[in-house]
Design a binder for this molecule. Structure first.
Ligand SMILES: C[S@@+](CC[C@H](N)C(=O)[O-])C[C@H]1O[C@@H](n2cnc3c(N)ncnc32)[C@H](O)[C@@H]1O
Length: 383
């Protein structure tokens, strides 16, 4: 039985469409723009409701399709948000959300495209699953830690061999992290009391643009199998030769080390995770031009730089880091972001320091989900 009947309009951040009921805003998942739906309320705050569309009553969006995943739907796995839309429509929705977020938060009027990577299934090289009280693995429902049993996941790279993990029984409450690379598969089960059980390879190896990157099996690496090469290509094409480069939130050095060419005299990588910083040092393969600083970026004190690349986590960089980057005097900044709202906030902060974006492009690194990756180049305005 439905709680609401509403007509939804534009897509919102987080994978829902916006409607109204009795004057209240409703963020409705499983709907598409223009549809009249019957919906069930799933959450409430003083300002808005959250709901799941359970039936399209009228005006089905022409891009609606049957979900290719049987575990996607109201009350089921929350890992994806837009599987009920054709892939081209998913990208249009992400473009709309990105453009609207940049306008609303930073006053930037652009219509960035979101580029597909050409792989809608089997793209994810790392995943976390959760063991329910019976020891069966599953995935979380939307905005909850309720575990839904699944039989497979179309995001998962075949090499993760999810069906094999799903057949087994695990300690109830365990988190099971599985990842693959050219080195093989790694599985780490972390129990509720912190005990770890590890099988498979001990570290990962990836080759991007002819350069080898080692990384820990549970450390950060771009999860879409085509993402590292795609993003490195984008960053490379956006920058001119630079003598001094800083890569902030560097991870194991993907962007910085990929920019090492004969023009570079000095490169600084800053990464807060100690193990990732150690891998970045190793990945630099003794190149004397590279210095890896294992520190919180907020403690980084800039020396001069021609180019700064930053790729922060979802929280973005924030005022202190933006001021420090501006203090480096960099003529060009490339900002790689996985969260449009904090990107927009930070672009507003960069504008206060005279940096304006001259290139904004999205990439669909997370097909089926509501997430979008954005690459922005900023130039220092001449004063
Ligand atoms: C989105 S990842 C990007 C890593 C790398 N650019 C890549 O593409 O592989 C963000 C990285 O920032 C690091 N990080 C998060 N917060 C940080 C902080 N405050 N200071 C330094 N590093 C941080 C994380 O450990 C992670 O490696």
């Amino acid at each position: 039985m439905s709680d609401l009947v509403l007509r939804v309009d534009k897509p919102a951040h987080g994978g829902s469409c916006v409607g109204r009921s009795d004057g209240r805003v409703v963020f409705c998942r499983h709907s598409l723009p223009g549809e009249m739906v019957a919906a069930q309320v799933t959450g409430e705050s003083s300002r808005f409701l959250r709901a799941d569309a359970i039936e399209v009553l009228a005006n089905p969006n022409p891009a609606r399709r049957a979900s290719p995943c049987e575990w996607f739907g109201p009350g089921l796995c929350g890992g994806c948000s837009w599987l009920h839309a054709e892939p081209e429509e998913q990208r249009r929705l992400k473009e709309q959300v990105l453009a609207e977020t940049l306008q609303r938060i930073a006053g930037i009027s652009r219509e960035p495209v979101v580029i597909p990577l050409g792989l809608e299934r089997g793209w994810r090289t790392r995943m976390t699953l959760h063991a329910d009280p019976t020891g069966r693995l599953g995935l979380h429902t939307s905005r909850s830690d309720h575990i839904v049993a699944v039989g497979d996941c179309l995001q998962a790279a075949p090499e993760l061999d999810l069906p094999e993990l799903l057949e087994r029984r695990w300690p109830p409450g365990a988190e099971v992290r599985v990842s693959v690379s050219d080195a093989g598969r790694a599985v780490m089960a972390v129990q509720a009391d912190g005990r770890r059980q590890i099988e498979g390879v001990e570290e990962h190896l990836y080759v991007v643009g002819g350069r080898q990157f080692a990384c820990s099996t549970d450390g950060f690496w771009q999860s879409h199998t085509l993402a590292p090469a795609t993003l490195v290509d984008e960053v490379r094409t956006l920058v001119e030769p630079a003598r001094t480069i800083v890569d902030l939130y560097a991870g194991v050095g993907l962007f910085g080390l990929s920019l090492l060419d004969e023009h570079v005299e000095q490169m600084v990588l800053v990464e807060g995770d100690r193990r990732a910083a150690a891998f970045a040092r190793r990945n630099a393969a003794g190149d004397p031009r590279v210095r890896v600083i294992g520190s919180d970026v907020r403690r980084w004190r800039p020396s001069g730089a021609d180019l700064v690349v930053l790729d922060p986590p979802r929280a973005g960089a924030g005022g202190k880091v933006v001021s420090a980057i501006a203090g480096s005097g960099a003529a060009t900044i490339v900002y790689v972001s996985c969260e449009p709202s904090t990107l927009a906030r930070d672009l507003g902060l960069f504008a206060d320091h005279g940096y304006r974006p001259d290139h904004i492009r999205g990439f669909d690194l997370f097909p089926g989900t509501a997430h979008v990756e954005t690459v922005v180049r900023l130039r220092k305005e001449s004063t």
